[in-house]
Design a protein around this ligand. Sequence first.
Ligand code: ADP
Length: 489
Amino acid sequence: MKAFTLEEIKGAGWLKEANYIAGEWVAADDGRTYDVADPATEIRIGTIPWVGVSETRRAIDAAQTAFNDWSMTTAVERADKLHRMAQLVRDNLDILAEMLTLEQGKPLAEAKGEMKLGADYIQWFAEEARRINGEIIPSPWKDRQILVIREPVGVVGAITPWNFPFSMLSRKVAPALAAGCTIVIKPSEFTPFCGLLYGVLAEKVGIPAGVVNVVTGEAAAIGAELTQSPIVRKITFTGSTRVGKLLYGQSADTMKKLSMELGGNAPTIIFDDADLDLAVENATVGKFRNSGQTCICTNRFYVQDGVYDEFARRLTERVQKLKVANGFDEGAEQGPLINSAAIAKVELHVADAKTKGGRVLTGGKRHELGATFFEPTVIVDAKPDMLIAHEETFGPIAALFRFKDEQEGIDAANSTEFGLASYFFTRDVARIFRVSRALQSGMVGVNAGVITTSEVPFGGVKDSGIGREGSAHGIEEYLNLKYINLAGL
Ligand code: ADP
């Protein structure tokens, strides 16, 4: 239930309608703005700057200037600021979660979960800041020492999507800052406030001007400036494979370090020997969380012949109980999709499945609640030639494909250019090891549908990207190794 009005959120200083550059809250040079709407009601919640090349360049310059001092701070100083940032988020969880639901639409309980997860990532990297250790390697020369130190890469450009507007950035901003880097953030145009929030948090915990900068506006212009600038040494991107490849290409001339967390087309395999209750519960959460708008949501369910009909029946029963509602309503389990384009894609996938022999067991159409709401949907008799088999639907549709033996299930799961997350359900220990190894993805959930936490390396293979976020590995993305050879000792 909503506890704060929009005016209260703005009045408390959390929701900023300006960009944060060099420690100042500023407008676009030409004064251009754009409106941001609540996806559930399509009512305007704020108006923010629409910036382009010149403002981005200033943000990059500010980050470069700030890098000189920030990179020379001690790990303890950086850790302290990040610990305080995590605490600030936790202390204001309720109001910040409301801001998230307001701009993104997800149920308030999920928004709180995302805010907590974001605070966890920030804390995790505050802790990692103090473990950026070097190495001394046994020297092949009698009179020399070989040292290896880890240094911050420099100015970082971060571009993020709208589905997890706060936590996606936490696993980029926190390791960057922990490593001693400075950063220019470009959040999604649909959910800018949780991105601008990093400016608010940085200011409140006393992070020096220019260390964190946030710009909002014309994606292509900002992206071009970030990728082509020789000052920016690293791009970290989460979003579509199409834009990821574009940014990868644009970064080639300046030879940047890159992290790309791109699209997924996650399979979930239900084997005949699965615990079906467990599978149904996890499949429901793993599929319908955030209305199916996560890059690790199951897009394709492969269900073995022996349990296909039973799984379809139980999943349908469970899905019919999901409460579709405005994210602020008590007990809401599925909110709106982000906008009408997202609804159009879901409708296209359903229509395509129907023309190719798919049967809709429940849902299949827009929800009566409003233009951006869609009914939780289960489709059986899914086939490999359907759009849903190849493209990320990013919506609340569970499509069930049938398979006969283990190898067929694995081959079908791997028959995609993506490789982010995979899931499977079985009680056979030998099969757990076999299938875990055979699946071509960066992450595997075994008898689990939710696998994200700050302790683990999150990331994909194939067209799902490069690099890992979170875990002890996540900070390496923001560090360069330097080898020092000390002679004449
Ligand atoms: P999604 O489908 O998840 O929104 P996108 O890849 O379209 O994925 O968007 C992710 C982020 O990439 C957003 O912040 C968006 O503004 C940004 N973006 C989109 N096009 C470009 C571009 N040409 N250059 C840089 N960033 C872009």
